[in-house]
Design a protein around this ligand. Structure first.
Ligand code: EPZ
Length: 421
């Protein structure tokens, strides 16, 4: 397994291009299953999770062509010949559950393995199933698989999510586009990835109102057609690289960055003494003085502070002046980076869903282990500002969500190297 070695190398400067969003692309790809005409996605990120979704779709009979070095994905679902998503693929990537709604809506039947737990929490899929049941689907759980059917087709329904779920909103939204009649989804997720999905579905002929608000109203249509759609900018990759000059000093311009994707995060950076400026091509970030100030952070669904940036923010707060309190409110076990940061000299006290971080002047390089995607990149950020070498193992987590991370960071002056094994 590859390792990444990061050596603290002082301030950074230059530009980092931000890719299309992994989490948008992973829901746009299954949308192809809703139509027999081609769907072309541009600005796709080059990531292992995207390859896993391609493999899953191919196993269902979807033609997937990766063009322009993977930046364009041409998908065609005119010949779907298998309605079962097998455990072997689903266990690798939870987003596989997103084929359930589209398969059910177009074919009236689908069998999808239950994903099981994962490193950051139990992550059940009950809301995905309940929202589809509200559209008339029947669910049967057998031998680890959900057998879903809607013999007469899905029917418009009303469903109020008891709490916000990004994936369940996506599954229900896709399914509702082909249901007979009107579907109303209340307390729906408002993440930019949901808005992007709605925009793509609208191009395919779907009738959707309210994207970006908590109420989605979908008027079902008989069929959807083909479309070409650019994947929205990855706000989590954006936020991650915004934190590099925050922890190391210097100034970085994030090409393609937009403040509205990440408003609450920008507000928190301002409070911590980090300036974010709009530029012609994106956003530019630098800290106002030598050290950032401690801030308290509580994660929340969009438009709140994203859980997917909590680990990276913790890395930065490890060297802030004062004591910060981070509350993780979305996932029950998302502090696994804390013990690794402690190995680098950080002072962190985790009690349940709350972590108290007392800033130290400087972290020290150490061998550390990546436990999940965002945890792994938080260790890289910490390594950029630490004294000496930080050796991050299990970097396959990183390759799920960050394309060309070594190239992007080296280009702004970081000392970072992949050691293949
Ligand atoms: C999406 O996961 C993202 N993944 C996650 O990205 C992100 O952390 C999360 O949204 C929250 O923003 C993709 O888009 C592929 P949820 P998702 O349903 O849809 C509970 C990353 O690092 N829940 O909004 O699975 C759930 O356990 C990641 O890129 C149920 O209880 O998240 C969690 O506590 C990891 N029942 C909360 O809701 C359900 O049926 C929110 O999860 C569904 C969810």
């Amino acid at each position: 397994m590859d390792k990444i070695v990061v050596t603290g190398n002082g301030a950074l400067s230059g530009q980092v291009p931000i890719a299309g969003a992994k989490n948008a692309c992973l829901t746009l790809m299954p949308a192809t299953l809703l139509s027999d005409e081609p769907l072309t996605l541009t600005n796709a990120p080059r990531l292992s999770d995207i390859k896993t979704m391609s493999t899953l779709l191919q196993s269902l009979g979807v033609e997937v062509s990766s063009l322009q070095d993977g930046k364009v994905l041409a998908l065609a679902s005119h010949d779907v010949n298998n309605l079962t998503a097998h455990y072997d693929i689903v266990r690798k990537m939870r987003a596989s559950i997103l084929v359930l709604g589209p398969l059910l809506a177009r074919h009236g039947h689908a069998v999808v393995s239950l994903p099981g737990g994962c490193a950051i929490g139990a992550r059940p899929v009950d809301l995905h199933l309940k929202a589809l049941e509200a559209m008339g689907a029947e669910m049967d759980l057998r031998e680890g698989y959900v057998h879903a059917s809607a013999p007469g087709g899905l029917k418009g329904g009303r469903f109020t999510f008891p709490f916000v779920s990004v994936g369940a909103t996506e599954n229900a939204l896709m399914a509702a586009t082909l249901a007979k009649g009107t579907t109303v989804l209340e307390n729906a997720a408002r993440e930019p990835e949901i808005v992007d999905l709605a925009r793509c579905l609208q191009k395919m002929g779907a009738q959707i109102d309210g994207e970006g608000t908590s109420t989605l109203t979908i008027q079902g249509v008989d069929r959807l057609h083909g479309a070409t759609h650019p994947v929205v900018t990855d706000r989590i990759e954006l936020g991650t690289y915004m934190l590099a000059p925050a922890i190391c000093g210097g100034e970085i311009e994030l090409l393609g960055g937009r403040r509205e994707l990440i408003g609450a995060f920008c507000d928190k950076l301002d409070e911590a003494g980090i300036d974010v400026t709009d530029t012609e091509n994106g956003l530019s970030v630098k800290r106002r003085s030598n050290a950032v100030h401690a801030v308290d952070v509580a994660t929340a669904p969009f438009p709140g502070f994203p859980t997917d940036l909590q680990a990276q923010m913790m890395a930065v707060l490890c060297t802030a002046e004062g004591e910060s309190v981070l509350e993780e409110k979305i996932f029950e076990n998302r502090f696994m980076h804390a013990p690794e940061l402690i190995r680098m000299g950080a002072q962190i006290d985790v009690q349940g869903g709350t972590a108290k971080v007392t800033g130290v002047p400087r972290l020290k390089g150490a061998p550390v282990m990546a436990t999940d995607l965002r945890a792994s990149v938080s260790l890289i950020l910490a390594g950029l500002a630490a004294e000496g070498d930080t050796v991050v193992s299990r970097v396959y987590h990183l390759d799920r969500g960050y394309e060309h991370v070594e190239e992007k960071l080296s280009a702004v002056g970081a000392k970072i190297e992949r050691i293949p094994e």
